[in-house]
Design a protein around this ligand. Structure first.
Ligand code: PMP
Length: 313
């Protein structure tokens, strides 16, 4: 879907017009993929807009930069404040927030150490990412592409270049008529979707691949683990053989964009009877009740955004 421009983008501490947030074709990032980024959602509660797990996203951005030796002149709190400032300036929410740090224009060799570091934050309206009606799951496939092998591109960094692999998985899936593809890790165990973590429900237990299987340490994944604990659903982080996808009682993706998306079939094998299962429903309901403020934010996951008024209001 096309991006829906807002008025301003935060760039190195200042708000600049959306159209001026441009980059030179010879910037390091354009040639070598040297970028780390985040995807964050801001929801609309009766009390006003609130960012979901803003501090965790800002921390993961700093962690990604640390792995790639990118010096970031902003603290976690400053990045959270900058997200709030951007939303407030644009008057656009609910929204998706895209913090992005790149190696900019300067030297053109592979060594990035002398290139300037540019920090950006954009926000824009964005609806549902995967799937259609709430009570219907998505049809997915196992990809012929393997996820990033350990000690090649680090999966714990949310780096732009990782998404070349995600693009291969996604394109293959979509061109073959599926909504999403699931990548296996280098040992053939289930890893994750092109932009989502994955959960299997089997015999009343919630199973998800461990961080050692080339997954991103998803913040929604972590939120689901907390909610499962609160609901007394046993959770096991373990290697999952591919065939467990076919034998699952329930299967769902998690992610900031995908939120909790049930899966109806894998490789045209229907998951159980194809209906959205009770554990998926319960977890999704708990999470959404935090997003819309209908239940208290007992995990302290929401950061209220001080705003004046909505654009166009
Ligand atoms: N894995 C990948 C590859 C992703 O791109 C994402 C989306 N950021 C996720 C998992 C889910 O992470 P999160 O819940 O933090 O959005």
């Amino acid at each position: 879907m096309p991006v829906n421009p807002t008025e301003k983008i935060w760039h190195n501490g200042k708000l600049i017009p959306w159209d001026q947030a441009t980059i030179h074709v010879m910037a390091h990032v354009v040639n070598y993929g040297s970028a780390v980024f985040e995807g964050v959602r801001c929801y609309e509660l009766p009390t006003g807009p609130a960012i979901f797990r803003a501090h965790e996203h800002a921390q993961r951005l700093l962690d990604s930069a640390k792995i790639y030796r990118i010096p970031v002149p902003y603290s976690r709190q400053q990045l959270v404040d900058a997200m709030c400032e951007t939303i407030s300036a644009n008057g656009v929410w609910p929204c998706y927030i895209r913090p992005l740090i790149v190696r900019g224009y300067g030297e053109i060799g592979v060594n990035p150490l002398h290139n300037p570091v540019e920090c950006y934050i954009a926000n824009y309206p964005w609806g549902k990412y995967l799937g259609g009606p709430e009570d219907v799951g998505v049809d997915v496939c196992v990809s012929s592409w393997t996820r990033l092998a350990p000690n090649t591109l680090p999966s714990m960094a949310k780096a732009g270049a990782n998404y070349m692999n995600s693009q291969l998985i996604k394109m293959e899936a979509v061109l073959n008529g599926y909504v999403e593809g699931i990548g296996l890790d280098v040992n053939g165990y289930v890893s994750e979707g092109s932009g989502e973590n994955i959960f299997v429900v089997r015999n009343g237990k919630l199973l998800t691949p461990p961080l050692s299987t080339s997954v991103l340490a998803g913040i929604t994944r972590d939120s689901v683990l907390c909610i499962a604990q609160e609901l007394s659903i046993p959770v096991v982080e373990q290697n999952l053989p591919r065939e467990l996808l076919y034998l699952a009682d329930e299967l769902f993706f998690t992610g900031t964009a995908a939120e909790v998306t049930p899966i109806r079939s894998v490789d045209k094998i229907t998951v159980a009877d194809g209906a959205v299962g009770p554990i998926t429903k319960a977890i999704r309901q708990e999470l959404f009740s935090i997003f819309d403020g209908s239940k208290p934010d007992r995990f302290h996951w929401l950061t209220p955004v001080p705003v004046r008024q909505k654009a166009g209001a």
